[in-house]
Design a protein around this ligand. Sequence first.
Ligand code: HEM
Length: 157
Amino acid sequence: MARQIVSFTALCGLLLSLSGCNSMESAGNSMTADKSLYDRLGGKPAITAVVDDFVGRVAADSRINGRFATTDIPRLKMLLVEQICQASGGPCTYTGRNMKAAHAGMGVSSADFDALVGNLIATLNKFKVPEREKNELLGALGPMKSDIVEKPIASMR
Ligand code: HEM
């Protein structure tokens, strides 16, 4: 229970200037454990804020930003929001390509993947997303690695 309150308080930080973190929800925080990951993350406004910050970090990361030189970034952000929304149990339908098709032929390495996930972790930490939600989200993305990475061995980078 105490942990749930801590989680909820931390999430309110994430939602500070966004909707969905009012005192009524605060009064009902005993329900937190039963909510979908989507709801616990703070719904679409919070996911959109996370994706914005995350893509900003990727764009500034010289290890991997070259990959996105010709990418339509607003479209990518929209698809990432849809994907995370759907994967976390939210009311969205992902309309992009599957992960294998989207990354085919790019030669993404395991190091590239880890760099990208590192940026996501930095974003989640910045927004003080609690450990449980962080682990669930990363746990939903982890299995995609085998469809995205084409060069799993470091020396192949
Ligand atoms: C869990 C990890 C990842 C997820 C969830 C993810 C998700 C996505 C999604 C949803 C798209 C859009 C698909 C579409 O165009 O229909 C996309 C495109 C793209 N991804 Fe990833 N991705 C991941 C890892 C990576 C990594 C590690 C790289 C390279 C460093 C990468 C590079 C790209 C690029 C360059 C595009 C745009 C392709 C284009 O411009 O058409 N992705 N990704």
